[in-house]
Design a protein around this ligand. Sequence first.
Ligand code: GAR
Length: 193
Amino acid sequence: MISVVVLISGSGSNLLSLLKKSENPLYPAKIVAVGSDLDAPGLEHAELYEVDTFVVRPELFSSKEDWAKTLLANVQHHQPDLVVLAGFMKILPANFVSALKGKLINIHPSLLPDFKGAHAVRDALAAGVTKTGVTIHYVDEGVDTGEIIVQTEVDIEPGDTESILHERIKSVEHELLGSTIEQLAYKQKPVLR
Ligand code: GAR
């Protein structure tokens, strides 16, 4: 069984899907805490499942590094084997990333290296591509540049809006994130160094 801290900034549908999966005693990962940079609506899911939460707001710190140091202390307090960025929308500075190297993963709604950044779904639609997808990758000091663990394609259908396409991507994300964490837990991959 591995311990997981999840960081979110939004609705937390990926978090909710993981919380549901981890209710099954055979699922090899337990969510020990959920953190955010703001009062994210998704924190309610953690509260419902009686999982610890913490919020560390960047605007209360004089530098991004100081913010990240406090965020890291909150994460490390829970001694996680794995830290999952599931819709965490702040870029994490090097002091955070290097401290968690090999155990920090991110889920991103495109086939990286295409459509990095905060508007991947909108950017894919604007580019007129017929396929996009989901990427789960280790986090490095760049933005959406870390080693790719797994990718799944999602077709873009005629008439897709950003929200319709994003919902379809999220349902793929929920399954892919759950199965990837399961595999990382069983395989004792570098993530558990
Ligand atoms: C997800 O689609 C995730 O891939 C994306 O935010 C959404 C969060 O949804 N992340 C990024 O765009 C990171 N660059 P959720 O809060 O419902 O899980």
